[in-house]
Design a protein around this ligand. Sequence first.
Ligand SMILES: [Zn+2]
Length: 454
Amino acid sequence: MSNRIRNDFGWTLCLTLLTASGATMTAIAANIGGGGANPAGEARPVPAATVQRIARLLTQTPLIDGHNDLAETLREKFGNKLWTVDMNGTPGSPVTSLQTDIARLRAGHVGGQFWSVWIPVSVTGSDAIRMTLEQIDTVRGLVDRYPQTFALASTAADIERIHKSGKIASMIGIEGGHQIGESIAALRQFYALGARYMTLTHSSNNALADSATDNPLHKGLTSFGRAVLSEMNRLGMLVDIAHVSPEVMRQAITQSKAPVIFSHSSARAVTEHPRNVPDDVLKMLVEHDGVVMVNFYPGYVSNAYNRWIADHAAETARTNAPPFGGLYIGQPERAAAALADWEKEHPKPRVTVQAVADHIDYIVKLIGIQHVGIGSDFDGIEAVPEGLSSVADYPNLFAELIARGWTDSMLSKLAGGNLLRVLRKAEAVAASMKSVALSNPAIADFADGGVVMR
Ligand SMILES: [Zn+2]
């Protein structure tokens, strides 16, 4: 989950038509080689040969998405009835209002998915462990309910084997160090249940590290956070440094024995958002390996959109900020009318698939093709780019990159090749650490209190 604004699902424009035969597809018009300037933005047909090329490529190489929040969305929308929800994507069924279902995963040629088991940062301690277990149960239950579609993957070899069998390899990603309830034993058991990455923080600082979207507290990793990171290396769990502060990014890359990932982050030089990755950190991925899996959220891939969201929030507060603030406090209809006027004068900026491709292109030009991947954040974002409205739409992104001259070899690395390489390295590091004794340090065991930077 990239932010806490929940999906309204009202602003999605489906511009993809992908027939069962894959014969026709439309995407936002690409300005070939131009990298995004397309004021008209009309859809134009993608040649049938390109559609077939993408389908063939993604049969050979799994498309592995780094981050999907379906589990959290199912919990939020359906509560304890989530097990009754038909996930097939049958027309008219409730799941079709989400960004993910089985029919669309198939249309999008998804071969592997890290399913996020996010819980709010306000949930801590034992409650966090219980709620994380419930979210893991949701993912494992999804796999169990649809064995013809999904299979749980524990290793890179599993992902490749499952993809070859025609199923979607399913991995679990924990999205915040708060979810282990300050217990390294809990971290180990989450690994045993299938968790293959953990994001060190979510939107707030925690006992492990500082978040990118909080005021700096520890100035990096805490000593407890460093112990957690070492245990993740020992286990073979990928260290995910999406959401963390730049200082934590640098420290984690330097400390980790295995390559790190950004499961869903974009490039800060292209879009100035604190959730994105600065150039100096991207460059560290060359020496230390690692992969940045690019997020689709319009606020992370478009400066204009990011600015609009901030302005909109400010305008909302200016008109109505309970309990006492706002020009029209206590007059909700007048406040809503004022906001509607503002929206008329300040239309939401368009963001298209080209903006996401621009981030990918930028990263490749800066640090090479070896360090980029895809981390859509679907079902964790309340808005989507035109042309990337659901998991059915990955082919539009590939078509855009093909229009920019990308080769199959490049597309294959982006799709999943880079992530598989990094996961294999993490597995090798874990194998080399088998002799490291188990330990279970609690925060209180650290002489510095565990939460002071070293
Ligand atoms: Zn997130």
